[in-house]
Design a protein around this ligand. Structure first.
Ligand code: MG
Ligand code: FE
Length: 171
């Protein structure tokens, strides 16, 4: 049977993570662009868009250091599209609530990805990649925690706007 060195799996998972972060940027950008009446949520999403771009750049530097070229960074081929569509199915009348919920779910996929990458980097004795993934992980955990803490507030604001004939609630 064909075998693979830890570093080969590490490289492959780094590429997956890079594609995941590109997807994250798309989702977050489309959410932010649509939000009108939820400035606190929008501001936190905008902050995380900046963090996400930094994460992409750090992952790219790990991929290059392991002799992968940027041209070999491949898309995950729609594996994450279901998540993305959960967020961008914008016909929903409660899209702010569904968006915050999907965002929370997506952050946890990122948390799982970086937890796996940290273990793989350790196995491959790639200390720099490990540190990069630990930093990215901390940002995902902070975003997930923020979303969890603000879900009640977003929901309450949505409900209040929904019950008022003069305010638009959905975004
Ligand atoms: Mg991320
Ligand atoms: Fe994230």
């Amino acid at each position: 049977m064909a075998t693979q060195e830890p570093v080969e799996n590490l490289m492959s998972w780094l590429r997956d993570a890079h594609a995941m972060e590109q997807q994250a940027e798309k989702m977050l950008s489309s959410m932010s662009a649509r939000l009108e009446h939820y400035p606190v949520l929008k501001a936190r999403i905008d902050q995380h868009i900046d963090e996400t771009r930094g994460q992409q750049a750090r992952l790219e530097s790990c991929i290059r250091r392991l002799n992968g070229s940027p041209s070999t960074i491949k898309d995950m081929g729609g594996k994450l599209m279901a998540f993305a569509q959960g967020v961008s199915g914008m016909v929903m009348s409660d899209e702010v609530v569904k968006g915050a919920m999907s965002g929370y779910v997506f952050e946890h996929m990122e948390i799982a990805s970086y937890t796996i990458l940290i273990a793989a980097a350790e196995a491959a004795r790639d200390r720099e990649t490990q540190q990069v993934c630990e930093q990215n992980l901390r940002e995902e955990q902070a975003m997930a925690e923020w979303l969890l803490q603000h879900l009640p507030e977003v929901t309450q604001a949505f409900l209040a706007r929904s019950a008022n004939p003069n305010t638009q609630a959905k975004r």
